[in-house]
Design a protein around this ligand. Structure first.
Ligand code: PLP
Length: 387
């Protein structure tokens, strides 16, 4: 056997035998994996359904249209682009479509739980080619919306990202809208982490308040690695105010030919499979269980005397002591519990030595875990960190 297949087998065994608590990870179904590994990987299809630059795309068009149709229903949006290679390029496409280089954008600080693509200074595309203003959280790790009102009025960004990767609280979309409206900014909800919760109503949906949504498809949604960009009804009417006739076309053009070439059709087919799974009632039960399990894990850790930030969603941040996050993550890995080190709100350690870990419940909930299992693993984690 080729060495690589031996390694794949080892990795899959390792994934199955360990406790997976990284909140952005999950286990995709056999059906999703079958679509990903299919012959669709052989096909070039630059363009969009009905407007391809290569011949032979009759069936491919049907596949992409089906993915779009199912995705629009799942996300509840007017227009959906399914071609972004992943979450980061999807956010880049939104910036390319709506903001000129050097103009101001606004997002949550990385250290507060935001994402790199929301304007992290200097080292990222969004921070280097745009003028980025970043907001922080309060001592509890929550957005201080009153402070954000003033911050945005001073900074006057053209576009605001509302979205997080390490934020355990509910986001107030209505407040974000009021803030964006105060300066006439585009409002984009990056729901990559929480889309499983927003499409099932476990977390409020942003659709009524935001112009666009971006989401990865491989996190709680359990699809392939990829992303979607959705335009809401609200976004279409905002666009008229900005003098833009066709926001949908602008987004599509930013993805292709703006940033990308040929779409990954195997990924798009796998998205269609996942979207169908996510529309089923069982998926709603799953996301409800994800949230219940997160509460059980957080309570268990707190009962061990740990400071836990959260939770109102699927994840939490645990304080491990000054600059002790990485050490805790390594010790947990040795015990077969896979997590990631993470900054805590207003971390006093260096960014390279964060003081916390981030834990989430989506993956093990897919494996069938309920509150009882999470309470038990919480006690084990507590004992390891306290040591
Ligand atoms: C995961 C994530 C992304 C980036 O997705 P990649 O697929 O890793 O590029 C962007 N935004 C948020 C909020 C995320 O959680």
């Amino acid at each position: 056997m080729d060495k690589i297949f031996e390694l794949i087998e080892q990795e899959e065994k390792y994934q199955a035998e360990t406790v997976r608590l990284i909140p952005s990870e999950n286990f995709a179904s056999e059906a999703v994996r079958a679509a990903l590994g299919s012959g669709l990987t052989n096909k070039y299809a630059e363009g969009y359904p009905g407007k391809r630059y290569y011949q032979g795309n009759k069936i491919i068009d049907e596949i992409e249209n089906l993915a779009i149709e199912r995705g629009k229903k799942l996300f509840g949006v007017e227009h959906l682009n399914v071609q972004s290679y992943s979450g980061s390029p999807a956010n880049s496409a939104v910036l390319m479509a709506l903001v000129e280089p050097g103009e101001k954008i606004c997002g949550m600080k990385l250290s507060a739980g935001g994402h790199l693509t929301h304007g992290h200074p200097r080292i990222t595309f969004s921070g280097k080619y745009f003028d980025s203003a970043q907001y922080d959280v309060d001592s509890e790790g929550r957005i201080d919306y009153e402070q954000l009102v003033e911050f945005v009025k001073t900074e006057k960004p053209k576009l605001i990202f509302a979205g997080t990767t390490a934020y355990p609280w509910i986001l107030d979309w209505k407040k974000f809208r009021e803030i964006a409206d105060s300066v006439g900014a585009w409002l984009v909800a990056d729901i990559s982490h929480i889309s499983g919760l927003t499409v099932t109503g476990v977390h409020p949906s942003p659709n009524e308040y935001v112009d666009m949504v971006t989401s990865t498809t491989h996190k709680m949604l359990r699809g392939p690695r990829g992303a979607v960009i959705g335009v809401t009804k609200r976004g279409i009417s905002s666009a008229k105010g900005f003098g833009i006739l066709d926001l949908e076309k602008r987004i599509d053009r930013a993805v292709f030919p703006g940033l990308q070439g040929g779409p990954h059709m195997n990924t798009i087919a796998a998205m269609a499979v996942a979207f169908e799974e996510d529309i089923q009632p069982e998926y709603k039960n799953y996301t409800e269980q994800v949230a219940k399990n997160a509460k059980a894990l957080a309570e268990s850790l707190k009962s061990k005397g740990l400071r836990v930030y959260g939770t109102e969603n699927h994840l939490m941040i645990v304080d491990c002591g000054l600059e002790k996050g990485k050490e805790a993550a390594v010790k947990l890995e040795e015990a077969g519990i896979i997590v990631n080190a993470n900054t805590i709100p207003h971390d006093q350690g260096s960014p390279f030595r964060p003081s916390g870990i981030r834990l989430g419940t989506p993956a093990m909930t897919t494996k069938g875990w309920k509150e009882k299992e999470f309470e038990e693993v919480g006690k084990r984690i507590g004992a390891i960190i306290k040591n």
